[in-house]
Design a binder for this molecule. Structure first.
Ligand code: FAD
Length: 294
């Protein structure tokens, strides 16, 4: 482990000052489940941790039907999936939060850290993308908002500038008759990195799809927002044919690598299968039914 100074600012302004003073080796610490491992293994030069959990704006869950859901960026995952409002209105976020790591990891890990870490296989990012998440970012030049789909730039890279961090994540209230689902494939039941993951959020008018957002992960340098897959559904009846067209679009958008977890062929196939399943489950939820266990 490197010799690292620990700081715990109580305000946004103090955190920005500490990040600026610390320069490029000052690191935000949220749950620490990624950054402490990386600092210990010297994969990230780290001189100072800026622990943001004492900043009130980074913690907590607030929902209001008019404005939507705001999650403090450092809110631990277990608080998200145990929250009744989130479970009822945003079950797709619970799908992600409840399968990242295991119980111990979920006690510390955060959506803000998962997003900022920008892993291609990150298990929250497809859900954040399809639920129209906007990251509220603060820094030396004030505040700005960035859509989840625009946030990651490359493996482990995001568009945060020096001194910036995510304070909170905002989600609009889902439309009536909408439903969303996240699924991933891993070779064992838990504690593994996704071979492929997928999320779908769609809105139905009868059996016609009026809105659809589809995202897949672990098949490209960053999680993908596949516009073509959503377009294959929008304005059309939800049938085996339109679902297959959307799943095909997801498979076509995937540009995976071969590695020890899966081959290109398997990953492209999984992009199809998981997208098909998340569409069917999202439609079930849109109709007020339960999603299937897979
Ligand atoms: C055993 C184990 C199992 C895991 N399983 C999974 C899994 O199944 N799926 C999965 O996706 N991940 C998994 N992970 C990775 C990790 O737990 C998640 O990525 C987690 O969501 C990271 O959140 P954190 O709060 O712990 O991030 P941290 O480690 O605190 O931070 C991660 C990175 O983001 C930066 N950061 C954190 N918060 C902010 C912020 N608000 N603004 C700006 N930058 C910030 C940090 O500086 C750091 O670079 C696992 C990790 C372990 C150790």
């Amino acid at each position: 482990m490197q010799d690292v100074k620990y700081t715990r600012p109580a305000s946004i302004q103090e955190a920005i000052r500490l990040l600026q003073e610390g320069g490029p080796t000052a690191r935000i610490l949220a749950g620490g489940t990624d950054i402490i491992v990386m600092a210990r293994e010297r994969r990230r030069d780290t001189s100072v941790f800026v622990d943001i959990k004492a900043i009130p704006e980074t913690m907590g869950i607030n929902f209001d039907a008019a404005s939507g859901l705001t999650l403090g960026a450092a809110t631990p995952l277990y608080q998200i999936y145990r929250n009744e409002t989130v479970a009822r209105i945003y079950p797709c976020l619970v799908d992600s939060a409840s399968l990242i790591g295991g119980t111990a990891i979920q006690g510390r890990a955060t959506f803000g850290g998962n997003l900022a870490n920008a892993g291609p296989a990150a298990d929250s990012i497809p859900s954040l993308i399809v639920m129209e998440c906007v990251a509220n970012i603060v820094g030396p030049n004030g505040q700005r908002q960035v859509k989840a789909e625009d946030f990651c730039t490359a493996p482990g890279r995001n568009l945060l500038e020096a001194g910036e961090f995510i304070v909170s994540l905002h989600f609009p209230t889902p439309a009536a008759n909408s439903g969303a689902r996240f699924l991933r494939f891993i070779p064992r039941n838990e504690m593994d990195i996704a071979v492929v993951n997928s999320a779908t959020n769609l809105t139905l008018d009868g059996n016609t799809v009026t809105a659809a957002r589809i995202s897949i992960g672990a098949v490209a340098p960053k999680p993908l927002f596949v516009l073509e897959a959503g377009a294959a559904l929008i304005g059309k009846p939800l049938t085996d044919e339109t679902i297959a067209a959307a799943a095909n679009a997801a498979r076509d958008a995937a540009t995976p690598i071969d590695d020890m977890r899966g081959s290109i062929r398997q990953r492209k196939h999984l992009a199809y299968v998981l997208t098909e399943r998340t569409i069917r489950d999202a439609a079930r939820r849109a109709r007020g039914e339960a999603a299937q266990e897979h």
